[in-house]
Design a protein around this ligand. Sequence first.
Ligand SMILES: [Ca+2]
Ligand SMILES: [Ca+2]
Ligand SMILES: [Ca+2]
Length: 296
Amino acid sequence: MKTIGMRTLLGTAAASICLIAATGQEATAGQLYNGWNYGIDSFNDGSGGSSYEIKGLAIKETTDSVFVALTGGMPLAGVAASGAADGNIGWGDLFFNFSGKDFQTASNQSSLFGIRFAGTNDSNAPSTGVYQNVQAKSVTGVNQGYTSLRWYYDAGHNQPNTQGTDLPTAQAAYNYFYPAAVASNPTTGNTPILNVINSGTKVGDITALASSDLSAAGLDFGHFGATGTQTIGFQFNRSLIGSGDYLANVFVECGNDGVALKVPEPSSMAGLALVGLTAAGSMLRKRRPLSASITE
Ligand SMILES: [Ca+2]
Ligand SMILES: [Ca+2]
Ligand SMILES: [Ca+2]
């Protein structure tokens, strides 16, 4: 009876650990490799040539820092484009949405975090850095681009992994970027591509990372065959943004390509595992004297 009791307990503990592992894996929506979460984008959905082709977005979080990397054909300073109001088309801003709501609703409620990392783009943020209480706006129109996501898809750019591996289909993209009423009836009139910071409060700076820094931090787009001619990276303090799971995304200024990435909260996953192990250990410790008394 004692043996059976211990087996049951060990089985329960093992099951708890498996459940934690399975939950952790499920929460890791991005493709996790060497501590980085990867959203690998279609290699064939950049409209306008190789400069506009995004291949991937990757994020690594430590206790203190958030590391971000983007790869594709778009340089940090953009490319010359006579059709753009400022003669240049480059990266939009990067957004982090912790709200659990669709992007447009979160934007309307100024509950996004935004990061301007391209110093020469058309962002309304006054300087590069991390911003909170962010509302987004679209600058696709002044960058010779798509004034709606529906137009971009209608133009033939609806490819598998359209917004990276976490938002792989056009419908998944509509469901994330717009309220349900729009996602069920997306038109060229109701699906603006909100791609830069319109308003917000700056809370800190970013530090640019060279490719050697990124390699040292374990970044490896090559593992997914997704190394672009341009790889951009930066780092900022973890305390500048919210906590919990979030979805990160970025478009180029013209809306010709975009990529997103779901990032699970690493500390909560570690915390959950710790709670599970502590509970299992506690059960074993409590059971032992009881088993001993039964044997007597
Ligand atoms: Ca792409
Ligand atoms: Ca521009
Ligand atoms: Ca894309």
